[in-house]
Design a protein around this ligand. Sequence first.
Ligand code: HEM
Length: 484
Amino acid sequence: PGLPPGPEPWPLVGNFGFALLPPPLLRRWAVEVRGGSRGCPAFSPHVFLTGLTKLYGGVFRLFVGSRPFIVLNTFEAVREALVQKAEVFSDRPSVPIVLIITRKKGIIFAPYGPVWKQQRKFSLSTLRHFGVGRLSLEPKIIEELKFIKEEMLKHGKDSFNPFPIIRNAVSNVICSMAFGRRFNYEDTEFKTMLKNMARALELSVNRYMILVNICPWLYYLPFGPFWELRKTELDITAFLKKIIAQHRDTLDAANPRDFIDMYFIHAEEEKNKESSFNEDYLFFIIGDLFIAGTDTTSNTLLWCLLYMSLYPEVQEKVHAEIEAVLGRDKVPSLTHKAQMPFTEATIMEVQRMTAVVPLSIPRMASETAVLQGYTIPKGSVIVPNLWSVHRDPNIWEKPDEFQPSRFLDENGQLIKKETFIPFGMGKRVCMGEQLAKMELFLIFASLMQSFTFLYPENAAKPSMDGRFGLTLAPCPFNIIALKR
Ligand code: HEM
């Protein structure tokens, strides 16, 4: 078998020569192929790649320079690669931009192998130690809700931008586990760090970054997006290194306060073995927890608020369920989840529609292998298009319609669907899935218990394709939170 089909590449740049087009031309071109983005400034690669199914089928290849990028648009292809052939497709790409930024450390971009395995296992068990998946984390999340609600109440009946409030709150949940403390929403250092993280994510998938994979030295240009990314990276590094050093200097091994302390203790225990646990690696792990844990969960919550304000009839049903199970005063807990299938189905439907990590995190073929009947050469980058799977009309009836009831059976009970994969699949499935699910349920249920969300009457409706920056953020919007 040969390579999957795909468009003819240009010399040197491959199929991404279009990344060099000026934005208006690029948008026109994208809109002609499929929908493109309306109203939102960014080009939508997930929508664009999904549209290419019509031309090339569910598995096709593009070239970045001479390296094949294999896009998987169907569930069968994603499952075959990530689950059935996990031994071949669990590596991460060793392309220049990834090597430069992550140095292949941490968890997200670590090569598939023993170091990744040890670090992931330790991180998962430490997150569990701090209450992930158990009731003991609930008070920390509920405590954060007090601050979100206070902020929202300040706006009364006026519309406001919900992005900073939600992002601060979600980030604080990670802060409390990683650093043992939360930050005040007005804290300038904290605000700058969050802004930097969001910007770094956006810049790292900036279309010009594709060029770094072809000419790595471009990254060191003293101007433009490369320069901005390097500066943001330095600021984030300074912030995290300061906190790690403070922990090292005040560590009491008998009373670990948080993730960082636990890591130092473990590194000390492993000191005499050949071990990957050290302060340098810790820095990348903490960075990963923030990068992976903040934008994903906060964007999902923002999408939830946006959908509620645009679909008042769904919002009413969620309110009715909350009224019946929690009333006005009971604090939501994971123990209520089983009694609240409609609320749960609503969160799942938002996750289906928006696939917040739409192109997942790229994988790499560590060997030449056959996938869906095609040959995938060793070193190819694999792009599982989760957005496409979630919008596939062969799987979902009317996939572009927002219908939480698709996740419920005729008795109103939740149905699990294997094709619902917002957290990816296989050995590298999201490490924070349990934490994210806890946060989504508790924060969404609690906000819905306290507020009715309205879309401002005179405001234009935002594009629902979102803004792609590795994660998919809703396009900017304001909202009204009416106290119930
Ligand atoms: C990986 C989605 C929240 C930590 C991933 C992947 C996806 C994803 C699609 C790629 C999986 C793959 O390669 O197959 C999401 C979504 C979230 C979320 C939709 C929220 C709604 C979180 C949180 C954390 C986290 C809160 C923090 C603990 C990670 C890590 C990885 C990962 C460390 C890399 C795993 C590895 O390479 O072994 N996530 N994530 N995620 N996520 Fe999440």
